[in-house]
Design a protein around this ligand. Sequence first.
Ligand code: CTP
Ligand code: MG
Length: 221
Amino acid sequence: MSVWAVLAAAGSGDRLGADRPKAFVRLGDRPLLGESLERLEASDWIDAIVIAAPPGWEEPAILLAEELGCGKVSACVAGGVTRGESVRLALAEVPDDAAAVLVHDAARPLLDDAVVERVVTALNEGWDGAVPVLPVSDTVKRVDGERVIETLDRNGLRTVQTPQAFVAQVLRDACQGDVSEASDCASLVEARGGRVKAVEGDPRLLKVTDPADLDRIAAML
Ligand code: CTP
Ligand code: MG
């Protein structure tokens, strides 16, 4: 089974507020993108990689991949206006005979191969897709502005990470319609009735959103 990785790295990183797109902000001694790129390259579960780079940053992304010896990188496309569009554009570079696609956010640099294994092997069990999840430890409430409306039962709630793995054709079909509102790929598959497995996530797979996240994750390298 050939597994292609789509690395979503095309965001601008507005909340980080750096002088460059988030994927190229320094983490340790190299751009953030380098961390997940190198880990996908090293994974025995991944056969090839397509990068969705910030528009205008395709060249630096390819150079970084070369510097890191990432021979699995098969294409680098300019991403779109939303994450969903970026994934769709990258997916167009995945060949028809690919069996599965793993979508990962470059904003989550500390990718452990055990998570990749968990989401990919779920596909062999007959699931359409798989996502890494974490239990919710805080109490969760629905609010309307300042007013608390209700308290949700957190037992049935999970937070969701990437990488997310899908049967390739299932993801292609799911990306046919309007993808602009989707905050992850699994939601598009769920919306079409696809069966998505929740597998154990990884607390270290934190997402870089604001500057404090970057400091926290750099300390974990
Ligand atoms: N992403 C993308 N294309 C976009 C928007 C986001 O590929 N048009 C990617 C980001 O590069 C990131 C992941 O999707 O790896 C999650 O997005 P997010 O954390 O929101 O990153 P940004 O959109 O870059 O950050 P912000 O929302 O603060 O601008
Ligand atoms: Mg964003």
